[in-house]
Design a protein around this ligand. Sequence first.
Ligand code: ZN
Ligand code: ZN
Ligand code: ZN
Length: 370
Amino acid sequence: MANASDFITRWQALSDRVVDIDVAGVVVGGGPDLAYLTGHDGQSYERLTAAAASLHEGAPLPTLVTPKLEAARITPLPDVFAISPWEDADDPIALTAAALPSEGRVLVSDSLAASHLLGLQQALPNVTFLALNETLGGMRSIKSADEREALRRVGGLADKVQTQIREGDMPLIGRTEKEVAADVHDRLLAAGHDTVEFIIVASGPNSASPHHHPGDRVIEEGEMVLFDFGGSFNGFNSDITRCVYTGPIPDEVATAWASLVAAQELAFQAAKPGNKLKDVDLAARNSLVADGYGPEFIHRTGHGIGTEVHEHPYVMATNESPIEVGNAFSIEPGIYRDGQWGMRLEDIVVIEADGAVRCNATNRDLVSVS
Ligand code: ZN
Ligand code: ZN
Ligand code: ZN
């Protein structure tokens, strides 16, 4: 999706962002940060892959240090980076250090392995390493129009599977969570995802555990089943949560669900330029507190999403950052009643000039299925 001119713009934007904080260089390990800056994901297990650069005016191009056996997967972009391949008998730390300033402050991505960072610290004793996470996370949290479109598109793929579940197209009662999760997995791919990233199927009391792993519990009649799943398409991720009830919905559950829908809608309305990220969290939280569910809403309201399922910005009561056009994040309040049931309602939204737009269109009611 991104091309050489995008990568040049991103490197320039990175230097512009750090000029005020007196940063001399940057080193980015394999993963989504590296892909954002070079187009290469650099996933190479224990072998060191990193882009290293000095950031001063007139500095040479960034150097992409890579195991030689990975080089065939790299699209060379000679206007963006130089490639420095290494073989197993070489010292990749020395190659990386050679591309960095020998003193001053260097930002390092979270994805660089601790062992590689320790090696660089030894090789460059006059450099102070600081976290790159906030800086690059902030840049990546502003999605281009194309990236927002990619998120809407992949959201539509996940919608298809939630809709199948809600229409009773997937048998639940009498099957284990694991069996149902395997079914969801196949359907996510059939809907058009390239990969499946995660699947939560949580039934009955298990639904009160927000990150439950599908297990051998058999789904019974008359209980909650929470579905939270996502996959990627063209590098961008979906993530949606809906719940169904296997039988008539008890009043207590229906009342809680209505409160949850209202809280999610209030958060959605608060998700607009001019507000802060904390306003989105507090909109949902205050509403649930007022309805008496405060102690049962045990996590933040959402997380950014893009090439990673969880990335900046984080939608939490302490995040004072402004909401910006191009942000993309989940809005997913939940109510968890220990030992009984849990519920969560999650949509991905992208921020446009006049407010949030949902990437998911699945109906938000709690439906009864058999
Ligand atoms: Zn989660
Ligand atoms: Zn989710
Ligand atoms: Zn999520």
